[in-house]
Design a protein around this ligand. Structure first.
Ligand code: HEC
Length: 214
């Protein structure tokens, strides 16, 4: 009996110890999906498994052969900021959006003529953080990991000067410097809760229900 009690106490201590370790490491990991060290952003990983926002494309073919950004832009938002966005319709402090550049590959498929995604070409990011960027407009900073030849990605990146990136975002973006008007997932999901993720089984049920009394 005595031994049993002692074991329970010991295992409780071990359990509390584990909890303490978890609470030291998890809040940070859960809060922010990026690491900035010595003023440089480490290239985020795992972002293709974040929440997909949308894919603008401004192909050369529609811009006299010389588009400023001729590739597809696949945009993702970190899951914690997505949860906040669909609840409140705002970007929380600590939001990171990744923009992955993808070439225009084929221009015809069995479905018809069009623009189809080809190869990965580059990676950019924008982060909203009061702590890191107290003086930037909206606390947003902008980064690129793309090399000039679009063949490699750097391991870290320094933020661009405000003037090189922010101006367009400040004047033309629909929501807090972010071009949500071109990201249907963010646009439709703004503050719409459960509907933002594609609805709920009970919604489908309701919409196909025969109206009562018929
Ligand atoms: C000529 C105007 C313009 C400039 C300058 C500009 N952007 Fe953007 N940016 C856009 C537009 C428009 C979009 C959305 C449509 C698209 O991706 O083509 C966008 C989207 C983004 C996104 C996706 C998230 C969001 O905020 O919508 C990132 C990340 C981004 N830009 C990074 C940068 C970086 C880094 C620079 C500076 C090197 C930069 N931008 C400069 C116009 C601009």
């Amino acid at each position: 009996m005595k031994l049993k009690l002692k074991n329970t106490v010991l295992s409780n201590i071990a359990f509390v110890g584990t909890l303490a370790m978890l609470s030291v490491s998890s809040p940070l990991a859960a809060e922010e999906f990026f690491t900035i060290k010595g003023g440089e952003l480490e290239r985020p990983t795992g972002y293709r498994e974040w929440v997909y926002a949308g894919t603008p494309v401004t192909p050369n073919d529609l811009n006299n052969g010389k588009a400023a950004f001729p590739e597809f832009h696949n945009v993702y938002i970190d899951p914690k900021s997505w949860a906040h966005w669909k609840k409140t319709g705002e970007f929380r402090d600590g939001t990171i959006l990744m923009k992955e550049l993808v070439s225009v590959g084929s221009k015809a498929a069995v479905s018809g003529k069009g623009f189809f995604q080809g190869e990965f070409l580059g990676l950019e990011a924008t982060i909203k953080s009061k702590k890191h960027f107290p003086k930037e407009p909206g606390n947003w900073a902008y980064y690129s990991f793309s090399s000039k030849d679009h063949k490699t990605l750097s391991a870290t990146a320094k933020p661009f000067a405000t003037a090189s990136c922010n101006a367009c975002h400040a004047t033309a973006a629909a929501d807090d410097f972010v071009f949500t008007q071109y990201y249907p997932v963010l646009n439709a999901g703004k503050g719409t809760g459960m509907k933002a993720s594609g609805g709920h089984a009970s919604d489908l049920q309701n919409s196909y229900d025969e109206p009562k009394g018929n």
